[in-house]
Design a binder for this molecule. Sequence first.
Ligand SMILES: Cc1cc2nc3c(=O)[nH]c(=O)nc-3n(C[C@H](O)[C@H](O)[C@H](O)COP(=O)(O)OP(=O)(O)OC[C@H]3O[C@@H](n4cnc5c(N)ncnc54)[C@H](O)[C@@H]3O)c2cc1C
Length: 382
Amino acid sequence: MSIREPGDVLIVGGGIAGVTTATSLREGGFHGGITLVEATPACTDHPPLSKRALVEGATRGELDLLTKERAAALNVEVVVGVEVVSVDASAHTVLLADGRVMTAEAIVVAVGAEPKHPVGYGDHPRVMTLRGYDDAMAIRAVAGAHSTVVVGGGGFIGAEAAASLRESGSRVVLVDPHEVPGSHVLGDTLARWLHAMHSEQGVEVRHTRIDAVVSDAHDDNAPMQVALGDGSTVAADLVVVGVGVTPRVMPGAERLVAPFGISIEASDHWDAARLDGMDAAALLLGTTPALRGTPWFWTDRYGHHIEVVGDLANAGLTGAAIDIIRAGTAVFRVDGDLLLGAASIDDPMTVRAARRIIDRGVRVDRDVLADPSVSLRRMLRG
Ligand SMILES: Cc1cc2nc3c(=O)[nH]c(=O)nc-3n(C[C@H](O)[C@H](O)[C@H](O)COP(=O)(O)OP(=O)(O)OC[C@H]3O[C@@H](n4cnc5c(N)ncnc54)[C@H](O)[C@@H]3O)c2cc1C
């Protein structure tokens, strides 16, 4: 069953999931009204925020996922700068923070996640998280050649922020208690390669945790004292916290039931969120969702582009998975002759071929995987 034409769809949240829902509805031939409500001043793409936006200061417009022109061409009404407070699934309404009530036949909630901010990190204005455009610009305003930045957390956001802030000339101290941050997602081999880049690029890496951030109550501009678990203290101009995210909760959204409403779960990676948006549109239209390939994502740091597909961290079906290394540019996780996951540094074609190999269950030859002179496409042809 699909929504009745010409019903209206209201989408809450203008991240990649919400915007893709809107564009996919139109591409799927939906002629009803589409309204998208976004809390911030624009539908901002997030991945560039820890990369070129921090280093080069991109404008909000450059990162806009749904410009006025594109929205007009798609006939999507975009309402920005106002939060949706709650959803009433049975009445098909949403309540906005400015008191307006909007009605739609179907409601899609795609509000993503927000960064965690542990208590010990304090609430000083220069203790910041990085999620939206304003966060990136606030960090950029303090960072620079004469500043010391403590980055708490060496996961994706922390690691990318550390790399960008280093590139901007800041002294960067990266604090994470794990010897190899990210190994639970990236596997030990790749996570080690990536983590080693920090020290090679002049970031001071401390394997401990932040115990407390102490600031001068009388002087907002004075450096903060960041007390670390190893007993040392770092005087910092800025603390960037990257210790994970929590899905945002929209009151009432849990009662949305397709095809009259969908609550899209927050995804850790951009491509998964985009596919979730496509699935939501298909569900509303009553069409078959597109087949998903093996999960894929990327991360950029210190001028390197890293792509990852599949599972690099688990032990495989037989519990005997091993890593095969291709001369420092790629790593493959195999179980027997089955490819479980792959990652590359500055070699996206290898990961794309690996994705097709995993999708099709093509058997792999370990010698070919290890040999950088042989293209992976040979296995696909075989
Ligand atoms: C700095 C940064 C760098 C990243 N880099 C990468 C990367 O390199 N590779 C990768 O694969 N992934 C990356 N990601 C992750 C990726 O961006 C997310 O997985 C993706 O943005 C999730 O999309 P989403 O639409 O589900 O949620 P979000 O992008 O979080 O979008 C949700 C939107 O809803 C809005 N909203 C929230 N509450 C309300 C409300 N009450 N009313 C109205 N609107 C509301 C928010 O303002 C936001 O615009 C990065 C994320 C960040 C923050």
